[in-house]
Structure formats: C-alpha cells, structure tokens
Design a protein around this ligand. Sequence first.
Ligand code: NAI
Length: 358
Amino acid sequence: MKILAILYHGHKAAEEEPRLLGTVENKLGLEDWLKSQGHELIVSASKEGPDSDFQKHIVDAEILITTPFHPGYLTRSIMEKAKNLKLCVTAGVGSDHIDLNAAVDHGIQVLEVSGSNVVSVAEHVVMSILLLVRNFVPAHEMIERGDWQVSDIARDAYDLEGKVVGTIGAGRIGYRVLQRLVPFNTKELLYYDYAPLPASAAEAVKARRVEDLKDFVSQCDVITVNCPLHEGTRGLVNAELLKHCKKGAWIVNTARGAICDKDAIAAALKSGQISGYSGDVWNVQPAPKDHVWRTMKNPLGAGNGMVPHYSGTTLDAQARYAAGVRSILENYLSGKPQDSANIIVGLGKYETKAYGQR
Ligand code: NAI
C-alpha cells in the first residue's frame, strides 16, 4: 500500500531533536513500522503546484497524511485525480485544508487526532491574550534595542482582571481557554457557538452564551477565535463585524487565518478600532514574506503578537499526534473501528457537528 505524507522540513533542528516527529526528517516515527509491514511511505514537504511531490504521488496513494502546520491543500480537482485514495489523516487538529465536501462526495474518509494538541493551543491563547493586554512585545523589543522608557509601554498596558473575554467556538480548545481564564477574575466570560455548552460545563466556568455574533463582539474586550474553518466561518471576522467590536478590543486567533479577513484586520489595527491582534495561523501557509500581518501595528506602533503556526506543535503535542496517527493507521490496516471522536468525514457523510451546521 502506498502512503503519502506531506510534512514540513525540520532541517538541522529535526536532525538534532528526534522529538520533532512531525517533520520530513522524522516522519512521525512511522517509517520503520510501515516498512516492516511491507508498505511504501513517501514523505515530502513539496506541496504546491502540478510538479510537486504531493500532486505526483497523490494519484496512486491509498492514504494521505497531512499536517495543518504545512498544509497540503487537497482540493476537489486534486481529489479527482487521486483514484486510489481512501483515507486522509490529519496529524493534528483542523482538516480544513482538505475539501471536506468533496471528500464526502468521493467516499474518502477524513480523520484527525482529536484532542491531541488542544491544551497546547489553549495555553498559547492565554499567553497571547496576556501579551496583547499587557503590551509585552514592544516592551521586550525596547529592551533589546537598549532603550528604557516605561511610559511608552505603560500608556497602553492593562490588567486582564475586570475585562470581558469571549470565545467564538467553545469546543475542546475554546472551553479549555475559558477554564484557564477563571483565576484571572475577569468581569465576565462569554461564548458564541451554535452548540451550547452542557449546563454543568458552562456553570463550572461561569460562562454566558451570547447567541448573536454582533451582540457578542460588542460586549468583549478580548475576543478569542476557536472554531474550525468551514464555509460558515470563512471571513467571519470581517470589516462589518469589526465595526461592532468595542473600540480598542484585542483579538486572538489561533484557529485558522482565513476566519479573519486579512485586510480588514490590518485596517482595524491601523485605525485603532482594535488595539491588538495575535495568533499563529495565516490565510496561506507558509505566510509570504510581505504578508501584512507580519508587520501591522496599531497607532502606537504596537499590538502585533503574530508568530508562525506552532501553538499546537509543541514537542508534547507532537508525541501525542504522532501516536494518534499511528493508532488510526493501525485501525485502518487491521480493519478495526476508529475512535468516533477522530472521524470528521466517514464514508459519504460528516460524522462531526463542528464543521458547520448541516
Ligand atoms: P472542536 O471540534 O472541539 O470545537 C469546535 C467548536 O467550534 C465546536 O463547539 C463547534 O460547534 C464550534 N463552531 C463551529 N462553527 C462555529 C461557528 N460558525 N460559530 C461558532 N462556533 C462554531 O475543535 P477544537 O479541538 O476546539 O479545535 C478548534 C479549531 O482550532 C480546529 O478546527 C483548528 O482549526 C484549530 N486548531 C489550531 C491549532 C494551532 O496549532 N493553531 C491546533 C489545533 C486546532
């Protein structure tokens, strides 16, 4: 059986650090095991265009392994060429780089390692909220420059205590963010999600659901985005919605770049309508060198906490999602049932309610 994995290059770091499992070099730790079973494993980072390894090998692969950190975009037209493809496995969480509606139509199953990096991301969200609210990035840059002007930083630094924080999406990550914020004594924790939290879970973190998105953003000092990217969330945070935000709100998006409109975010930050934007996800990955989110700033020259896509790929997370990929493959190869929590698209239908209301 041919198995194709599109992963990112780890280069020197991956040679020195074998726990960087999600790299081309370390192959999710699958190589010896799959070879010993007589399977062919092709691993590459080359993913763009008709001459890429991705498009070359997808035509006869039975299993495709991809990662959200270096997404191999499996479009409907590429899927149509993939005559043997039966299973897509996402090493991590978030399978929007695969055309899921096309997978339903083609009877291709899509599984991800649910829960494998949700703590990793929730921790990053809390860090990102704090670094924006407390104006951390320009403070550190000032120190590296050799300067010292406390007032330039303090004029835009606040406490998180007493602020209203809301999450768009209160699933595994969104809920863990709420849990981690409880000790900060925020004024209120809010959530917006078409799936209400169980009453006991909402009560445990004292979170209030707001059902209208404009109403929700108008109440938040901090908005954190934690829903999957699908047709109902692409461009959800756009120029129109940003008008309804509290002036000077902070936005953290570790979900998917394309949920927030690139140019609308940059314009809102530039004008001061929002004070900060932080996250690790981009509308195209790797982000082009001139991507406006790399350098955008608020009127005080601050408010940018962007980093490359790594919140869910800590070494701890890589161990969990590599083990999860292996267990999905073991089930597939031995005909055992999959863990239902991992199935995004089953045979001919969505098995999750998280990728949009249907
Ligand atoms: P989950 O499936 O547990 O929760 C997603 C929640 O979003 C569900 O409660 C769902 O009802 C809600 N939702 C869906 N559409 C919505 C909409 N239109 N409005 C409001 N809520 C909506 O997923 P989990 O594990 O919390 O992950 C969420 C997303 O985070 C992933 O799909 C992925 O895109 C992203 N992620 C990012 C990582 C990173 O490294 N930056 C790593 C892991 C996940």
